[in-house]
Design a protein around this ligand. Sequence first.
Ligand SMILES: Cc1cc2nc3c(=O)[nH]c(=O)nc-3n(C[C@H](O)[C@H](O)[C@H](O)COP(=O)(O)OP(=O)(O)OC[C@H]3O[C@@H](n4cnc5c(N)ncnc54)[C@H](O)[C@@H]3O)c2cc1C
Length: 431
Amino acid sequence: MALNDNSCGWVETLPKRNDIRRLQGDLRCEWVVIGAGFAGLAAARRLADLYPQADIVVIEGQRAGEGSAGRNSGFAVDTSPGRVGDDETMKSKALTSYVINMAGLEYLREAVEAYGLQHTWDGNGKFHCAAEPRHAGNLEKFEEILQQLDIPYEWLEGERLNRRLGIPYYHKGIWTKQAALVQPAALIRGLVLHLPENVRLLEETPVEEIEYGDQVRIQCRQGRVTADKAVVATNGLLGEFGLFRGRMMHLTLTASMTRPLNTAERYRIGDPDPWGILSAHRMGATIRYTSDRRIMMRNTAEYWPGLAMSESDLAARRKLHLKAIRARWHMLPELEIEHTWSGVVAVSRNFSSVFAQPAPNVLAVGGFNAGGIARGTGLAKLLVDQYAGVPSAALSEAQKLAPPAILPPRPLLDIGARLNVMRMRAGAGRE
Ligand SMILES: Cc1cc2nc3c(=O)[nH]c(=O)nc-3n(C[C@H](O)[C@H](O)[C@H](O)COP(=O)(O)OP(=O)(O)OC[C@H]3O[C@@H](n4cnc5c(N)ncnc54)[C@H](O)[C@@H]3O)c2cc1C
């Protein structure tokens, strides 16, 4: 499971944990949830809501929430620009995504309020911005979808946009108001520390083998778990559990975070409120100006079969992050980077996700195409609802999802994926 480095800024700025419990010997339980990211924890929480008497065990190979869940850019999205198909297909896919995302946002917001996690959550929406006029067309296309689905948004341009962001870099932006910006590692840690009483979490316990049948038998290095039912929520690694093999691939992303701006620096840029920008171009930079006034820059996405990056790979990416920061905040030439890290996203060819019950006692969820905070939470909760027979409009939308399409075999996949990523990056320009 060599997916991650130990240098993620979101994780490093939190207190160290010393309350890790690992599997020791064998155990039996009613439900086992494998994977403690946003999806696994949402599934566990929903199971505990609906089956308060059940004994639920969550097994996580690393420290919970320190995988992709804690190292992402923290956009819990309501909507994102559509990608495939004609107008009708795009509209219906956008509606499905929106409804699932809103279900996830709502389920997260409930937890934020119930567990006092407001410090991890900023519910003021997100920006989609274009630096070059030639990319503003993507925003206009996005606006059509927002209008058709009656989703609240607002345009910001010129001086008004510059003042809101504190940088004179972007040409045009759309503000969608229902998204939340989160400190992802702090939010997921809050969810971990407030798991319901009937949920036990075992961390640093990688699953090595799984056997499906009337019972699900899981072999870990430290012992064996036997469960009546299982939720497999291991994101892009579902294939290692014999599920949806060859339908998801990983991209490795890198990001950097600066130290907090000091008071003089904050005022030099007009002391804007925190914000988050997603680029109008698919391969453009994702940026946060965080609530503790740091800048987070994520501007690389690569097909990288080794998944995690070495120190020297990260050092090369850090230069790209710094260059992009300097281009936007030229008035802060002394601002330096404190943390640089990599992380993986699971993507599918048709941008769909796994939402499935492959056996009567097995649920599988994963593959959220870089949008798993809201989408992963929503789909995992709805999958448990489907199992328990709890109907909702959101569940009906989730049931429309096609499974992720089959990918070409390697080495064709390696060649195609590399070329595709390079082609898309070439068009990103100043974004
Ligand atoms: C740099 C970066 C930026 C991103 N930005 C955003 C963003 O702004 N907004 C957004 O919504 N998404 C973003 N994403 C994607 C987001 O992080 C994922 O979609 C989300 O974390 C998926 O949640 P998950 O619970 O399915 O998977 P994960 O968080 O990957 O959790 C799966 C867990 O399963 C565990 N696991 C795997 N195999 C085993 C095993 N054999 N035994 C035990 N445990 C196992 C893993 O350790 C992991 O913790 C970003 C990702 C990266 C890397």
